[in-house]
Design a protein around this ligand. Structure first.
Ligand code: GRG
Length: 283
């Protein structure tokens, strides 16, 4: 079952990379361009924009229409990774097997490159012409709420303020749902907003997105723990629950997400297949 998503992913990655090139090409002469380009071309899997396209394609056929919107999600993801790697936050020297941005260009440029990508995401959304302005405004509202104070940034704030010693289950769920889950959920929800589905279906997509977004970070924790790459200062699912229980929680969330998506009438099995793709990481 996961092959459906994997083949969709392979098929759409080039489209997304070309669109990202197009978006930044306007700023080729800027002194910030080399740093932006280094980060955006770092070999990311492009899961989030692909999820937006998969969600859109679950209701509509004309995938190219949603492409300009999908890259705004990747611009946010890239900014979050640049800032997450900074010495003041995760202090990571590498990202995707290469030196992290601040290691190559310096902390000042890395901070500014992150700021620029965050801003560019909204500039890009505001310039979208393939959907009417009301729909675009809904996407801007959705994205801004979910990456802000009560969303991705809120999760990251709680993450930096929490030590493994004072972490509770409730706090851990909050951190993971917000810092990683919010953007993935938003990608899936925006696919639905662009498809103009009714609110009842949109709420189901949101619930589906919540579950898989949270699971994505639990799987990342499990992977880091297996590879002894865990950050001592950070609270994670394996640290709080142990490896076996963490896998069980992830499996249960994925099964629940299948239950939600099965209750929606879709054109294909793309979203369902994404769940199986994540399940395959557990085996
Ligand atoms: C505002 C100062 C400031 C910082 C923002 C919000 C934030 C920092 C960071 C977001 C939190 C974060 C980086 C979570 C990690 C989530 C995660 C699992 C990232 C890796 O995702 P993949 O595997 O990455 O999809 P690729 O490399 O494929 O793009």
């Amino acid at each position: 079952m996961e092959e459906i998503f994997i083949s969709f992913l392979k098929d759409k990655v080039n489209l997304i990379e070309n669109e990202l090139d197009k978006v930044i090409s306007e700023y080729k002469t800027s002194p910030l361009f080399p740093a932006i380009s280094y980060s955006l071309k770092g070999g990311g899997k492009r899961i989030r924009p692909v999820l937006l396209l998969a969600s859109y394609c679950s209701f509509k056929d004309d995938v190219e229409k949603a492409l300009p919107v999908s890259v705004s999600i990747e611009l946010i993801h890239t900014y979050s990774l640049i800032h997450d790697d900074l010495p003041a936050i995760d202090n990571a020297d590498t990202r995707r097997g290469r030196a992290s941005l601040h290691k190559v260009f310096g902390e000042d440029i890395a901070i500014l490159a992150g700021d620029a990508l965050l801003t560019l995401s909204f500039e890009n959304l505001a310039k979208v012409t393939s959907f009417n302005e009301k729909i675009v405004l809904r996407c801007i509202r959705e994205l801004s709420i979910n990456i802000g104070i009560n969303g991705m940034v809120g999760g990251q704030v709680m993450d930096v303020m929490t030590t493994p010693q004072d972490a509770t289950e409730e706090v851990l769920y909050y951190i993971h749902s917000k810092k990683t889950g919010s953007l993935m959920k938003t990608a899936i929800k925006i696919g639905g907003i662009l498809s103009e589905i009714d609110d009842e279906v949109l709420n189901k997509l949101e619930s589906f997105g919540d579950k898989i977004g949270l699971t994505y970070q639990i799987l990342d924790d499990i992977e880091d723990s297996k590879n002894s790459k865990e950050d001592e200062s950070k609270v994670t699912f394996p640290k709080l629950f142990g490896m076996e229980k963490s896998k069980e929680i992830a499996t249960n969330l994925l099964n629940e997400s299948l239950g939600v998506i099965d209750s929606v009438s879709l054109k294909n099995d793309l979203l369902k297949s994404f769940v199986y793709y994540l399940k395959s990481w557990l085996s």
